[in-house]
Every structure is written in structure tokens, then in C-alpha cells.
Ligand binder design. Structure first.
Ligand SMILES: *Cc1c(COP(=O)(O)O)cnc(C)c1O
Length: 225
């Protein structure tokens, strides 16, 4: 059942916060609905879920339309965004988690009617298969965004390697945390960089212990439901 899964996830979030002496108010769970149909997303909304994510533009638009009775839901685009699709989505979302190029930032600046909260996606391990900037590129990239008044860099996002050991996960998450703190310490008005989008079904308790403020959870919500 969805309710039971949500309850269990909530408990795990609280436990991880306790372990790390953090307040659970500082951690937002985003429900990733890419693997389920509209009706299931709707059930989540009825259960009070306030943050929903999709990794594809068309799917997000479809879910958002189906959930128009829930106008307070915050919509997160967590997947890679092609420049030609920016126009159709950028004014429909509240958060974009995968900013990783200057050209994409230019297009967002051009098409957005309001300021949008963005995460810069970072590829901490440098795996070729992954999206995101390399760690050493991130600070220069953020400096390049100074004149873009439609883009607010609220934090950094990463995807940890699948099936990594706990030690590797901690290493990845703590590296992202370090980079986030370094950017936060630059005190750039357009890049407060206070947040960390990291942690998925398999690794969110560890991500929270290492400082995650947004966890993106799919499978664990829908298991057996
Ligand atoms: C699918 C997805 C998630 C959720 O993954 P689960 O393992 O199902 O929790 C989180 N982040 C991104 C970017 C995703 O594409």
C-alpha cells in the first residue's frame, strides 16, 4: 500500500535526521512518478504529497494536467532537458534539477517568465555515461550565470553510482556537500546554493546523513503498491 510505503520512508527520513542531528524540516521528499500512471500520482496527491518529479518533459506535462485539482503541488524536472524543449516546460515547473550547460542556461533565461530555482547537476565520479558537470568545472560555470536573472542556483544535484558500497556513496555525497558549501561561501546573490538534491530509493538515508535537503524517491514508494 502507498500509505504504508510513505510511512516507512518518512520514518527512515526521521531516523537519518536524528543520526545526523538534523531537523527533518530541512529534508523534502520528492515523489518521482516516472514509473507510474496518472491515477497513482493522483493517489499520492490525495495522500498529501506536495512535491512531484518526472525526468521527462512530456510525462511531467501529462501528470501536471491530470493533477490540476492540486494547484499547491510543486513540480520538479529531474532529468536532462534538451534546449528545444525548454520553451514548453520551463514555465510549468518550480524546480529544475539538471542544469549542466551554459547553452541550456541561455535558453532558460530567454524563455522563462519568472525566476526558476535550479540545481547544477554534478558528475562527482566522472563516469562517462553520466550527465552533469565535473566537480572542477562547477564554480566557473556558476560565475558565468551572473547576468541571468531568471536563474537562481539554489543548490547542487548528483546521482550516485548504482550498487555502490556505503563507503563510495558517502564519499560521493560528502564531496557534493563540500562543493555546495564552497559555493555557498562565495555569497553570490544569484547562487545561494543552500540545497543538495541527492539520494534515491536505495541510498536516501545515507544521503540525508551526508546533508541532502531534497531526496528523490520513486521505487520505494510504489513497491508492492
Ligand atoms: C528515477 C529517478 C529517481 C528515483 O529513483 P528510484 O531509485 O526509483 O527512487 C531519482 N532521480 C532521478 C534523476 C531519476 O531519474
Amino acid at each position: 500500500m502507498l500509505v504504508d510505503n510513505l510511512e516507512k520512508i518518512n520514518q527512515e527520513i526521521q531516523l537519518a535526521c536524528q543520526k545526523a542531528a538534523r531537523s527533518d524540516n530541512d529534508v523534502t521528499m520528492i515523489a518521482v512518478t516516472k514509473s507510474v500512471e496518472k491515477d497513482t500520482a493522483k493517489k499520492l496527491a490525495e495522500l498529501g504529497i506536495e512535491n512531484m518529479a518526472e525526468n521527462r518533459v512530456d510525462k511531467l506535462l501529462e501528470k501536471k494536467m491530470a493533477l490540476e485539482d492540486f494547484p499547491s503541488i510543486k513540480w520538479h524536472l529531474i532529468g536532462n532537458l534538451q534546449r528545444r524543449k525548454v520553451k514548453s516546460i520551463i514555465n510549468e515547473i518550480d524546480y529544475f534539477h539538471a542544469l549542466d550547460s551554459f547553452k541550456l542556461a541561455e535558453e532558460i533565461q530567454k524563455r522563462s517568465v519568472k525566476q526558476i530555482s535550479c540545481f547544477v547537476e554534478v558528475n562527482i565520479t566522472g563516469e562517462e555515461s553520466k550527465h552533469g558537470l565535473k566537480s572542477e568545472e562547477v564554480i566557473d560555470f556558476i560565475h558565468q550565470l551572473a547576468s541571468f536573472d531568471k536563474i537562481k542556483i539554489i543548490g547542487l544535484m548528483t546521482m550516485a553510482p548504482l550498487d555502490a558500497s556505503e563507503q563510495v556513496l558517502r564519499d560521493v555525497f560528502s564531496k557534493l556537500k563540500k562543493l555546495q558549501s564552497a559555493i555557498n561561501n562565495l555569497h553570490l546573490s544569484y547562487a545561494p546554493c543552500t540545497d543538495l538534491s541527492m539520494g534515491m530509493s536505495n541510498d536516501f538515508p545515507i544521503a540525508i546523513e551526508e546533508g541532502a535537503t531534497f531526496v528523490r524517491i520513486g521505487t520505494a514508494i510504489f513497491r508492492g503498491a
